[in-house]
Ligand binder design. Structure first.
Ligand SMILES: CC/C=C\C/C=C\C/C=C\CCCC(=O)SCCNC(=O)CCNC(=O)[C@H](O)C(C)(C)COP(=O)(O)OP(=O)(O)OC[C@H]1O[C@@H](n2cnc3c(N)ncnc32)[C@H](O)[C@@H]1OP(=O)(O)O
Ligand SMILES: Cc1cc2nc3c(=O)[nH]c(=O)nc-3n(C[C@H](O)[C@H](O)[C@H](O)COP(=O)(O)OP(=O)(O)OC[C@H]3O[C@@H](n4cnc5c(N)ncnc54)[C@H](O)[C@@H]3O)c2cc1C
Length: 664
């Protein structure tokens, strides 16, 4: 019997080759095949079931996480999965766990900041998971201000050891994932003190728990920090607290690629920039951008599929009502998010390239592109996570009442996703880093130093400051050069206006603080330009498959023009475009939505998400939403009994009070 597919008609409408689009989304045919295979492997394994997750108590959820992590590790070993496949498997298991920090931060921190001897000693044990590590940087009193950390690592030349100590309550490590209950080791960030001199924050490998009994080592106090936002969600993670009471570690456990402490206690700063101590954060911020496209695509897939099934109003002569996806308001809220998912995917690909490039340069002691890599990872991490967090909530609203049900998948996705706006750098703090970079670039414009990379457009400031947009008709907005110039002109004009305002302050730091809300907007304008330009660059590539490139062009235009419409004030106020040209952009946008409409379901099918990974009744592939919702309702524990627990104690006395009243 043929499987029921409520989206069959929608799928027939698609105007492009879906299989080729799946490959574009995955990045290559190889990636597609690997990811498809691993996703199915996870989906078909009962241990990775997650539909009951939000019902579990914290303890049961945590134990379930340990079980899944152990099973995942067994599968990785048994099937001899590569590192790439193992990462995919963990991400499809879709349950935050200590392993994210072990593989995602502990190992990269040792790789990036350790010496080759330290690599040889620690990495083999970490790769075999004979030790499990976390990244212990943030403290109760300081997260954003890394230089404000208080934990100390004081060198003792008598014993050739560091003494790790938490001198105050606020110096307690607070938040590190995997620390609370699991990690045997941590990369701990502490102030290095030698001969009474403070050399700032450095990384140290510290053992926390016994490898035989898992008990905290002497001098170490460690535990979980407590429940977090939402049910299920990030509560599978043991974010922890940690205090040191004069804990001793050998000197060779300081990560010594950036600076060294000699046997005599001499501090040696190598010619590597001190910012490399922050290198792990740059790496993770880059991965967070790719992850943003996955989370956004997931929410959009659910909302799009459901919007095609859901009907409200407009029945004619007893015929079917209108699919809510056909309402123009629904399209204007949903399709820019669909376009953003693709846009973030491509900028994530590019950022991965940039990161690989900077890493290779660093290995060859070329540090020239580090500021650019820092600005791009910080800015794009901030912009993509903020948009995605808001978009998940918008997708919930797009699904009406059913979006609020836990089994829509959206509440948990939201709860698990929103901390990305805070961790790995608060989004506002990171945008201010981008703004600093931009202001520095503007200040050097007259010096003959040519801006390169993502700020190359600033080298054309003279032209961009006075150019006039030539759009006369709505369709003129489809020209890539017109779109690009409008975004470049807006970004450069906002940057230069801010730089001029900063120049009016006698103390630049006072000016920076006073103008910080404007500087954040400048940084956002610059980041949006990067995303638009990388999408346009993607379209320059040879993209095979009937209609695939055409769909991507439509999505690119939707992405750019919806931003232009949303930030029209910036574009008009800086004189890049006239209000009439803004109205023409909006007119074009409406036409583009009509072109997305027949392809919407296929465009989300291209993400190739399994029903297991989506974890949503509203977003399931076959669209059989109502029957599944109805069946699922009966599985709720409240429906285990017809009369609820508590009836006799609490309900019946109220319901029977009229009898007592009548007797009085
Ligand atoms: C594959 C698996 C992936 C992921 C792992 C799994 C799961 C993820 C889940 C949770 C993980 C969460 C982990 C964490 O949250 S770890 C903690 C993260 N903490 C932060 O991000 C703190 C944010 N704060 C900072 O980064 C810094 O304090 C700062 C805001 C950047 C300010 O630093 P400071 O030293 O005071 O610097 P400035 O004086 O402002 O700048 C000096 C100079 O340095 C440049 N700079 C700053 N940062 C960097 C960097 N990272 N790289 C390169 N250069 C940097 C800065 O631009 C400035 O340059 P100048 O040229 O102007 O001097
Ligand atoms: C789920 C989760 C997991 C985490 N995992 C880890 C981990 O594994 N390891 C680890 O070390 N840490 C971890 N963290 C900590 C995380 O990195 C920090 O919470 C984050 O860097 C933000 O720092 P903060 O908490 O000090 O925020 P704060 O800096 O206190 O932010 C509070 C407010 O102040 C504003 N603000 C702060 N500074 C400025 C400024 N200069 N200008 C303008 N506004 C400012 C911010 O925008 C924000 O609105 C995790 C956090 C969470 C939520």
């Amino acid at each position: 019997m043929e499987a029921l597919d409520y989206h069959a008609e929608e799928r027939r409408k698609a105007e492009f080759n879906l299989d080729e689009m799946k490959i574009v989304w995955a990045g290559s045919r190889r990636n597609y095949e690997l990811s498809d295979r691993v996703a199915r492997l996870v989906a078909s394994d009962p241990v990775f079931r997650k539909d009951n997750r939000t019902m579990l108590t914290r303890k049961d959820l945590f134990k379930d996480t340990l079980r899944k992590a152990a099973h995942a590790w067994k599968r990785i070993i048994d099937l001899r999965l590569s590192e790439e496949e193992a990462n995919m498997l963990r991400s499809y298991v879709d349950q935050p766990a200590f392993t994210d920090l072990h593989w995602g931060m502990f190992i990269p921190a040792i790789k990036g900041q350790g010496t080759s001897e330290q690599h040889e000693k620690w990495l083999p044990m970490a790769y075999k998971m004979q030790i499990i590590g976390c990244y212990a940087q943030t403290e109760l009193g300081h997260g954003s201000n890394v230089q404000g950390l208080e934990t100390t690592a004081t060198f003792d030349p008598q014993t050739d050891e560091f003494d790790l100590h938490s001198p105050t309550l606020t110096s307690s490590k607070w938040w590190p994932g995997g620390l609370g209950k699991v990690s045997t080791h941590a990369v701990v960030y502490a102030r290095l003190i030698t001969g009474g001199q403070d050399h700032g924050v450095h990384g140290f490998i510290v053992q926390l728990r016994g490898l035989d009994d898992h008990l905290p080592l002497p001098g170490i106090t460690v535990g979980d920090i407590g429940m977090k936002f939402g049910s299920g969600a990030y509560n599978s993670m043991d974010n922890g607290l940690l205090r040191f009471d004069h804990v001793r570690i050998p000197r060779n456990q300081m990560l010594m690629r950036v600076s060294q402490v000699t046997r005599e206690g001499k501090f040696v700063q190598s010619d590597v920039p001190r910012q490399l101590v922050y290198g792990t954060m740059v790496y993770v911020r880059q991965t967070i951008v790719s992850d943003a496209s996955c989370a956004l695509a997931r929410a959009v897939c659910i909302a799009t599929r459901y919007s095609a099934v859901r009907r409200q109003f407009g029945s004619q002569n007893g015929g079917p009502e209108i699919q809510v996806i056909d309402y123009k308001t629904q399209q204007s809220r949903l399709f820019p998010l669909l376009a953003s998912a693709y846009a973030f995917r491509f900028v994530g690909e590019w950022l991965k390239w940039l990161y690989t490039d900077v890493t290779q340069r660093l290995q060859a002691n070329d540090f020239s592109t580090l500021p650019e890599a820092h600005a791009c990872t910080a800015g794009l991490k901030s912009m993509t996570t903020s948009v995605t967090a808001d978009a998940i909530e918008e997708c919930r609203k797009l699904c009406g009442g059913h979006g609020y049900l836990s089994n829509s998948g959206l509440p948990e996705l939201f709860a698990v996703y929103i901390p990305t706006c805070t961790y790995e750098g608060d989004n506002v703090v990171l945008l201010l880093q981008v703004a600093r970079f931009l202001m520095k670039t503007v200040s050097q414009l007259g010096s003959g130093k040519k801006p390169v990379g993502t700020t190359a457009y600033m080298g054309r400031a003279e032209h961009l400051m006075q150019c006039r947009c030539e759009v006369e008709m709505a369709q003129d907005w489809l020209k890539p050069s017109t779109i690009l110039e409008a975004f470049e002109a807006r970004a450069v004009r906002m940057s230069i206006a801010c730089a001029k305002s900063l120049g009016k302050f006698s103390n630049p730091e006072d000016g920076f603080a006073e103008l910080s809300p404007d500087l954040v907007e400048v940084a956002i304008a610059h980041c949006q330009l990067i995303v638009v330009s990388k999408f346009l660059e993607k379209l320059q590539q040879d993209i095979p498959g009937k209609g695939v490139k055409r769909q991507l062009e439509i999505l690119c235009n939707v992405y750019a023009l919806h931003l232009l419409h949303k930030h029209l004030g910036d574009f008009v106020a800086t004189g890049c475009i006239t209000p009439n040209q803004g109205a023409l952009a909006n007119e074009q946008l409406r036409l583009l939505y009509a072109q997305v409409r027949p392809n919407a379901i296929a465009l989300v099918d291209a993400f190739n998400y399994t029903d297991h990974y989506l974890g949503s009744i509203l977003g399931c592939y076959d669209g059989n939403v109502y029957q599944k919702l109805y069946q699922e309702a009966w599985k709720d524990p409240l429906n285990d009994t017809v009369v609820p627990d508590g009836y006799l104690e609490y309900l019946r006395p109220i319901l029977k009070q009229h009898i007592r009243t009548a007797r009085l």
